[in-house]
Write a protein that binds this ligand. Structure first.
Ligand code: VGL
Ligand code: ZN
Length: 197
């Protein structure tokens, strides 16, 4: 069985949002079409408490897009985004989110970020998605959404490492692309065995 995993198509990652990804809303119609023909549809939703440790505003003297060391490793600091219950955290109004079988929220722990739909950024705390997929007999995954070089990338690499067969539809993703991060992400996904389409 195959599942479509739609990563973080939320207002804050679309034009006008707090952490807008260029062209983030251009992919929505194509994602809606793909949802209609998929056996299973899972959405992820970046879902941070106010004052989250990944927000630059939580670290006096630091600016957004700087990297700092956290107990679990390096962490990019972001503008405040996807704060629980805000309009920015809501799915884009054009995304057909009624079609979802499951919505996985991530990044809800105050002191740890979670790019991947499978593990938080310590790379050990599970979100539970792996168990859900396995108990439903899902072995093949297609990933789409935002952003290619962060949440899509980390989710795809984790999924491949867990043994799922994974492809990423790059035409239905958009990237933040800071400091060459998109090239690094593409290379990492390919090395992990992810098929980029
Ligand atoms: C994301 C940065 C911070 C993403 C989430 O969805 O790619 N990026 N939080
Ligand atoms: Zn986030």
């Amino acid at each position: 069985m195959h599942a479509l995993i739609v990563i973080d198509v939320q207002n804050d990652f679309c034009p006008g949002g707090a952490l807008a990804v260029e062209g983030g809303d251009d992919i929505i119609d194509g994602i809606n079409d793909l949802m209609r023909t998929s056996d299973a549809v899972i959405l992820t939703q970046d879902w941070h408490p106010a004052g989250h440790e990944s927000f630059a505003s939580t670290h006096p003297g630091r600016s957004a897009y700087e990297q700092i060391d956290m107990p679990y490793g390096p962490q990019v600091l972001w503008p405040d985004h996807c704060v629980q219950g805000t309009t920015g955290a809501a799915f884009h109004p054009r995304l057909d989110h009624d079609r979802a079988d499951l919505i996985v929220r991530k990044g809800f722990r105050p002191h740890i970020d979670s790019y991947s739909a499978f593990f938080e950024n310590d790379q050990t705390t599970p979100t539970g998605l792996e168990g859900y997929l396995r108990t439903r007999g899902i072995e093949r995954l297609t990933l789409v959404g935002l952003a290619t070089d962060f949440c899509v990338n980390f989710s795809a690499v984790d999924a491949a490492r867990l043994g799922f067969s994974v492809d990423v539809r790059e035409d239905l993703c958009r990237a933040i692309d800071m400091g060459g991060s998109l090239d690094v992400a593409r290379a990492g996904m390919r090395t992990a065995g992810v098929l980029l389409r």
